[in-house]
Design a protein around this ligand. Structure first.
Ligand SMILES: Nc1ncnc2c1ncn2[C@@H]1O[C@H](COP(=O)(O)OP(=O)(O)OP(=O)(O)O)[C@@H](O)[C@H]1O
Length: 253
């Protein structure tokens, strides 16, 4: 990770919800075209941190943020960058698949439309996104079928297709497999490993095996602070801090 380009970073990030100090002086880096897992016990601030990276807190009136978030050398909170542009460059996949109540095709087409992609270019982009998400073979003959009739795992891969269709630079994933069975989970994990060839990925997970299977780098958080970050193998097998050791060995959390 040392030689890799740093695609995304937070520097001295603090976040409060009202009086509650939820992120405390967080400084982290995310190497380009690698998967970084955010781990830590419930409530330590993983999702809150993830959401800072595509300005999901902009609409929360009680959230106050200090510090910097840089996408390469651009400040994502600079007033000159619109939220729409940030979210195009930094896509997000949520815990529960959330397809629109429309056809499989329209689920991807919609994002292209609102981002002003010319209609003649869209069919090829939709096909590419479905191929990149390992869904094309399963759905190519039923693109008009309502997305809500797909299996949970397929719906989650459709949400990933919707995100990659816009060619983001970073993909944020908030426990994308927590509602999936083991087979669908494996498919999404394989997909994530493929996607990192093109995208920088940050994933929140409670699943320690998952972090070890797919993440190049792991960040362990506790009570709003980063305790330790490093190569996944080091965090799990040679942690520097007792707190990390106790967490990854299942003593709490
Ligand atoms: N919109 C909000 N308003 C007030 N407090 C919030 C809000 N969102 C999160 N919190 C609080 O911030 C803290 C961090 O929550 P967060 O969801 O980021 O933790 P997490 O590590 O992702 O937890 P989990 O693993 O359970 O999802 C928690 O104490 C939570 O109650």
């Amino acid at each position: 990770m040392n030689e890799a380009i740093i695609k995304l970073s937070a520097q001295g990030l603090n976040l409060w919800f009202g009086n509650k100090h939820v992120l405390k002086n967080v400084s982290v880096t995310f190497p380009e075209k690698q998967v970084t897992a955010l781990i830590g016990p419930s409530g330590c601030g993983k999702s809150t941190l993830l959401r800072c990276f595509n300005r999901m807190h902009d609409l929360s009136p009680d959230a106050r943020i200090e510090g910097k978030i840089m996408l390469e050398n651009e400040d994502l909170y600079d007033k000159k960058i619109s939220v729409t542009e940030v979210r195009k460059r930094v896509g997000m996949v949520f815990q529960k698949a959330n397809p629109f109540p429309k056809s499989i095709y329209e689920n991807i087409n919609y994002g292209l439309k609102i981002n002003d992609i010319p209609s003649k270019e869209r069919p090829a982009i939709i096909e590419r996104a479905l191929k990149e998400s390992y869904l094309w073979e399963e759905v190519k003959d039923e693109l008009k079928k309502p997305a809500t009739r797909m299996s949970g795992g397929q719906q989650q891969r459709l949400c990933i297709a919707r995100t990659v269709a816009l060619r983001p630079e970073v993909i944020l994933m908030d426990e994308p497999c927590s509602a999936l069975d083991p087979i669908s989970t494996r498919k999404v994990e394989e997909l994530i490993v493929q996607l990192k060839k093109q995208y920088t990925i940050v994933i929140v997970t409670h699943n320690m095996q998952q972090a070890q299977r797919i993440a190049d780098q792991t960040i362990f958080m506790y009570l709003g602070e980063v305790v330790e970050e490093g190569r996944t193998d080091d965090i799990f097998n040679h942690p520097q801090k007792d707190l990390t050791k106790n967490y990854v060995s299942g003593h709490f959390g």
